[in-house]
Design a protein around this ligand. Structure first.
Ligand SMILES: C[C@H](NC(=O)O)C(=O)O
Ligand SMILES: [Zn+2]
Length: 592
């Protein structure tokens, strides 16, 4: 090995310390702002993010000049690190452009997080927030007028006003991408998957799963037509405000309108949680206990001291749940406006999955302290939640009555139907969010078509339509957090597919599942307490992004590719049931 190679290694060790320190300071400033939105915290946050960008750019300059594309370097790990450092992202922008970029992102997220809407009935003040007010109404109300009112209010007030900012933001983002030698920001985002074929692979997965989605869509459409008849026409589309969720992204909240076997149990344990006096803290302790039951790492003391797990009364916060790594190997926090519901219990596991991943790779160098690809990070908590949410586990933790039968066919169909409302309904949504943004980044769509294109994709992929006429005055994509907050979304589509691969692998490890044993179907598996499954999961997570993700996928599942066979196997009993029920109802899947 030549001396330049050892010089490169020393330099990387030095920047590891520097970057971690600056990252800590910048993350603290971001946290202070996100948990107390005010001008002073906003200024401090922007100042720190500029400093971090400057340091990253300085390092990038040194690396590219001193150690430019050195083919003579032998150490593959050194080459991997240098390659990752070379993708600079938005920090490649000149200072004033970077400031504008950060300011736009901050102000769009602030607008989203503080938007208030007006009441339906009385002349009360317009003080309704997305969380908890509108989320609760969209979840629980069955009154079409109220759903229409709050859907329209939210979309008009959160999206429309940031449309101009978003157009500017796209332009600056593409400038940054070009400075990184990419055509546009969409292309830069996709480098996180380190695959020439990621777009084709995802399209292929969608084509495989589309029939199952259209089957569940047909059944839900028929059942909603029975409830909201006058809202339906013969275009085969479902009005977006009737699906129990502000963005129609997952439909578990309308389960009670269409339970396949009403006499059998369901996994909506919200009432039981309230009856048992569950608090947000209790929900976090239950989640932590699941991870430690598998021999995984407990949440550190810092976490319990510093996390924000309920919406404060006296100040504005960014309520959208998130998990934070403060880059110092000690400080990890969750920020969540937690409510006592089944859905939020799942979200707690989702967020804690992020923290578990961060704890598992905290010994890695800074450059590798991330998911193997963004989908991996989203899949950890969801994989655990697939066990938590089973009737078998809910009974284990006392949220489902022990006398209620859970192994019969009808209970399985009820359970799988509720899971499909969450996971299958989510597939087209999680695919179209970035298809939409790729089309804007690459110039296929300009700001004169932002809203038209949004509803074109929403119809094409989800088979839904808005409850009222939408025009280019509106910017309905901006009503979804990840657009103003600029969070890439393909990660959630990838996560929905691979979490079932992780689940199948860990269930096999825990002897909770075997393809030959009909008494151990995949959907009944609960890996709670399995140390061997925990060890297998930890093996993969502790690698961070130190190897290409197919290698890590192989460690965790024995496979190198994303594949839909696990999710299809999980839902197979439901798919058969849906096909026959839709035929009986003469409900033809699909729309024109
Ligand atoms: C699925 C995604 N989850 C998250 O942001 O944590 C969302 O809420 O849209
Ligand atoms: Zn997440």
């Amino acid at each position: 090995e030549n001396d330049l190679e050892s010089e490169a290694r020393d330099y990387l060790a030095e920047i590891d310390r520097l970057t971690s320190q600056k990252c800590y300071e910048s993350t603290v400033a971001e946290w202070d702002y996100a948990t107390d939105i005010n001008t002073q915290n906003e200024k401090a946050k922007l100042k720190m993010s500029l400093e971090l960008a400057k340091l990253t750019k300085e390092i990038w300059t040194n690396v590219t000049i001193t150690f430019k594309e050195r083919q003579d370097f032998k150490d593959p790990d050194l080459l991997r690190k240098l390659k990752k450092i070379r993708v600079l992202g938005s920090a490649a922008l000149p200072d004033d452009e970077y400031k504008k970029y950060a300011q736009l992102e901050t102000s769009m997220t602030k607008h989203y997080s503080t938007t208030k809407v007006c009441p339906f009935e009385t002349r009360e003040a317009c003080i309704y927030s997305l969380e908890p007010d509108l989320t609760k109404i969209m979840r629980e109300s069955r009154y079409e007028g109220a759903l229409r009112h709050f859907w329209t209010q939210w979309h008009d007030k959160s999206g429309g006003p940031i449309k101009k900012s978003y157009k500017q933001f796209i332009e600056i983002s593409n400038q940054a991408a070009k400075l990184n030698n990419f055509n546009d920001m969409g292309e830069l985002w996709l480098t996180a998957y380190e695959s020439e074929t990621i777009k084709d692979d995802v399209e292929q997965l969608w084509q495989t799963l589309k029939p199952l989605y259209q089957n569940i869509h047909a059944y839900v459409r028929a059942k909603l037509r029975n409830v909201y008849g006058d809202q339906f026409s013969d275009d085969g589309l479902i009005p977006a405000h009737l699906l129990g969720n502000m963005w129609a992204q997952s439909w578990e909240n309308i389960y009670s309108l269409m339970v396949p076997y009403p006499k059998k149990s369901s996994i909506d344990v919200t009432q039981e949680m309230i009856k048992q006096g569950y608090t947000p803290l209790k929900m976090f302790q239950v989640a932590d206990e699941f991870f430690t039951s598998m021999g995984l790492i407990p949440m550190p003391n810092e976490f319990w001291k510093q996390s924000l797990i309920e919406k404060p009364k006296n100040r504005e916060v960014v309520c959208h749940a998130s998990a934070w790594d403060f880059c110092n190997g000690k400080d990890f926090r969750i920020k969540q406006c937690t409510r006592v519901t089944t859905k939020d219990l799942v979200i707690v596991h989702h967020e804690m999955g992020h923290i578990q991943y961060q704890l598992q790779y905290k010994h890695q160098p800074y450059i590798y302290r991330e998911g193997a690809n963004p989908g991996f990070h989203e899949a950890v908590g969801d994989t655990i939640a697939l066990s938590v949410i089973t009737p078998k586990h809910l009974r284990k933790i006392g949220l489902l009555d022990k006398t209620v039968p859970i192994d019969d066919h009808e209970t399985s169909i009820n359970f799988l139907f509720a899971m499909a409302l969450e996971k299958i309904a989510f597939l087209p949504f999680s695919y179209l969010i970035d298809k939409y943004r790729w089309d804007i980044f690459d110039g296929t769509v300009d700001e004169s078509q932002y809203n038209t294109h949004w509803w074109k994709l929403r119809k094409e992929y989800q088979g839904i339509k808005p409850p009222s006429v939408r025009t280019e005055e509106h910017f309905d994509a901006g009503a979804k957090f990840h657009i103003p907050a600029n969070v890439e979304y393909l990660r959630y589509f990838v996560s929905t597919v691979i979490q079932f691969q992780f689940h199948r692998s860990l269930c096999t490890e825990a002897s909770q599942y075997s393809p030959e044993d009909p008494a151990k179907p995949l959907h009944n598996c609960d890996i709670y307490g399995s140390k061997v499954a925990g060890a297998k999961l930890a093996d993969g997570l502790s690698m961070g992004s130190s190897r290409k993700w197919p290698e890590i996928m192989k460690v965790m599942t024995g496979q190198e590719k994303m594949d839909a066979s696990a999710i299809r196997e999980y839902f197979k009993p439901l798919e058969d049931w849906l096909t026959s029920v839709n035929e009986k109802m003469r409900e033809t899947p699909g729309w024109n």
